[in-house]
Design a protein around this ligand. Sequence first.
Ligand code: MN3
Length: 211
Amino acid sequence: MPLTLPDLPYAANALEPHVDAKTMEIHHGKHHNAYVTNANKALEGTKFADMAAEDIIKHLGDVPEEKRAAVRNNAGGHVNHSLFWHVMAPPGKGGGGKPEGDLAKAIDTAFGSFDTFKEKFANAAATRFGSGWAWLCVMPGGKLDVCSTANQDNPMMGPAFAGCGGTPILGLDVWEHAYYLNYQNRRPDYVSAWWNVVNWGEVAKRFKAAH
Ligand code: MN3
């Protein structure tokens, strides 16, 4: 089965004013769609063509070298955006607020407090030079950690490719295509507005599944 573009779990304008409809339409319909198309093109005829995208990026080292860069960028982009749409929700309707329960406890244990976590995550997002992502990951052993990756790398690719590891449960796209229409060069403003649409219920589900 080739990879397919998933539907957005809400309307394109549902995250306004924090993420505008035009950005969502282009980001999902053009950018994410292109990652899917180009990943399928690169995977065609290989033994990876029938694998789940997550499994492909976990085994990038096994992908034939001449295909590896295309698979890394495009299967990576597909996995990253598929997570991204789901860890957001309309403000006040699942988006925003604070984590609860076991996830809240794990954040306090790892970072001291929710506010300290937010600072560390925002700093990872702000200091990623060029294009990339900020992540909250469950590390082997169960502890939470924050890191950032370049381009469409994902911590599941492992430290040799991504520079960090673990299972991502929250990710923030800091490519200019994710914010430039509304925020221009003000990436920190985009990051602070984005907390209003984080779907902590979904992050908690992914936290539980990663244990
Ligand atoms: Mn993007």
